[in-house]
Design a protein around this ligand. Structure first.
Ligand code: FE2
Length: 262
């Protein structure tokens, strides 16, 4: 039996890992139980109604949406959530888009209630990618976006991607964190949920186990991946914080039904 003489209020946190199946994207809900303030990291437009229901069920107020990068495989839910809740849109500041309410920079903590997220500039998948670190005596959590995935990493062959930059980002900014840091990826395509810095450092087949930069670049150069099916409208749409472009293909119009109506 464990007896606590006082509530660990300063470290208390509400957390949910949410999934969007069409793009296999993880959206993360982080909230401060004291104030009831919440953020969503990398929300997806297709699952905005689900996310709003989760917030409602948990009695939380959405203060902001926080993006790791401009996604190529789905439209962000940022603008739709702002339209419905008044949440602020946080994006890496270097994107300089007029739709951004809060510009994120490494070295400037992002706060939700008592919880602090520290942005880590981690280019390579894109040239503006940021990961977010929660580091308290109780919680060590890193939201890696598409920089580091479970036994994988984001691709580096479009959107100003660079295998060399990604290798440097992972080795200098991620693998230098305490090994027990929990890693929450932006995607998983095989039903996995979570990993740790130590586990990826030793087992990641592309970046771990002492792989050299040259070996990594060669692996990334030879992946031979298909052209992303949503990239042509997702990238321009996400540069506008999740606005549906007029020329969205018929197949994907369902995603934008909300915007079509108004
Ligand atoms: Fe991505």
């Amino acid at each position: 039996i464990m007896i606590f003489d006082k509530e660990p209020t300063s470290d208390a946190m509400i957390f949910r890992q949410l999934f969007e199946s069409d793009s296999s994207t993880y959206t993360y809900l982080v909230a401060d139980p004291g104030s009831g303030e919440a953020i969503l990291i990398d929300p997806v437009i297709d699952t905005v109604e689900r996310d709003l229901q989760v917030l409602k069920d948990m009695g939380l107020t959405l203060k902001a949406t926080l993006e790791t990068h401009v996604h190529a495989d789905h439209l962000t839910g940022a603008l739709k959530l702002k339209d419905q809740t008044g949440s602020k849109i946080a994006y890496p500041a270097m994107l300089k888009s007029s739709c951004i309410d809060i510009g994120i920079k490494e070295g400037e903590a992002f706060r939700v209630g008592n919880i602090e997220l520290n942005p880590l500039f981690t280019p390579g998948h894109t040239d503006h990618h940021h990961a977010y670190l929660i580091d308290t005596p109780v919680h060590k959590m890193l939201f890696t976006g598409d920089a580091l995935l479970i036994e994988a990493c984001g691709r580096t062959d479009f959107q100003s991607g660079s295998a060399e930059d990604l290798y440097n980002s992972i080795h200098n900014k991620v693998f230098s964190l305490p090994g027990e840091t929990l890693v929450y990826p932006g995607h998983d395509y095989e039903g996995r949920f979570i990993t740790t810095v130590a586990q990826e450092k030793s087992r990641n087949p592309r970046l771990g186990g002492g792989k050299s930069k040259q070996e990594f670049i060669e692996i990334m150069d030879n992946l031979d991946l298909p052209y992303p099916r949503k990239i042509d409208f997702a990238v321009p749409g996400n540069e506008m914080c999740g606005r549906c472009p007029d020329d969205i293909p018929e197949d994907f119009k369902g995603t934008c039904a909300y915007h079509d109506q108004g």
